[in-house]
Write a protein that binds this ligand. Structure first.
Ligand SMILES: [Fe+2]
Length: 214
């Protein structure tokens, strides 16, 4: 699967254009960045935009969704089965461990609540990469001070889902908050105390300490 990164939006947001080289079918991970540059790239490569992958429905991650659906009225909007927002007729609800195709490429859905209830990650097993939205960044997790956040759920999502993927898996997160844009799970665990906890209670302490010092 090919990946191109776009930076912009509300707060160093990252959107990704992903595509299948065999079929030219493409998808965008999060409508978080102005679409002009993305569409220019799509046209320059003669790609066919088929899907929008929604990591979660926080406003900054769907900010340019209407711009996209205006130009691509039949775009499949792929998000968690029980979304916190209404996405209309072209919404395709996804469940935990469901596999969805993009041409010949396959993405496995991981439901990873905690930062937000409808958070999901899109894992490409073949190419060892996962799109983590605001569940995991380079260096830390997403924040848990929102009304619908839940630190226990985030612990399970991080430790029982993401950190169970192969250590060489590269994470592509929803914001450029780290010292570089992408990182392997292995390196992220080595560098960050968020990912070194031995228990849920230890993780809760790390998160509470972090939020207190912000
Ligand atoms: Fe978020």
């Amino acid at each position: 699967m090919k990946i191109k990164t776009f930076l912009g939006g509300y707060d160093k947001n990252l959107s990704y254009l992903v595509w299948c080289e065999t079929t030219g079918l493409a998808g965008i991970v999060d409508a978080a960045v102005d679409i002009t540059e993305i569409l220019e790239f799509i046209n320059s490569k003669n790609l066919i935009l088929e899907k929008l992958f929604i990591t979660h429905s926080h406003f900054d991650h769907i900010r340019y969704l209407e711009d996209l659906t205006h130009q691509f009225p039949q775009l499949q909007l792929c998000g968690y089965n029980f979304p916190e927002e209404e996405f209309g007729d072209y919404f395709r609800g996804l469940t935990h461990h469901e596999i969805i195709p993009l041409g010949t490429e396959m993405l496995t859905i991981l439901h990873t609540p905690g930062h937000y209830p409808d958070s999901i990650c899109f894992w490409n097993k073949k190419d060892n990469c996962v799109f983590t939205g605001d569940t995991m960044f380079v260096g830390r997790t997403g924040r848990t001070i929102g009304a619908k956040s839940n630190i226990s759920h985030l612990y399970t999502s991080i430790y029982d889902e993401l950190l169970k993927l192969p250590p060489q898996t590269i994470i592509y997160s929803g914001h450029h908050y780290g010292f570089k844009k992408i990182i392997t799970l292995k390196e992220n665990v080595r560098l960050s105390s968020f990912f070194q906890c031995n228990s849920e209670s230890e993780f809760i302490q790390v998160m509470k300490q972090y939020e207190k010092n912000r």
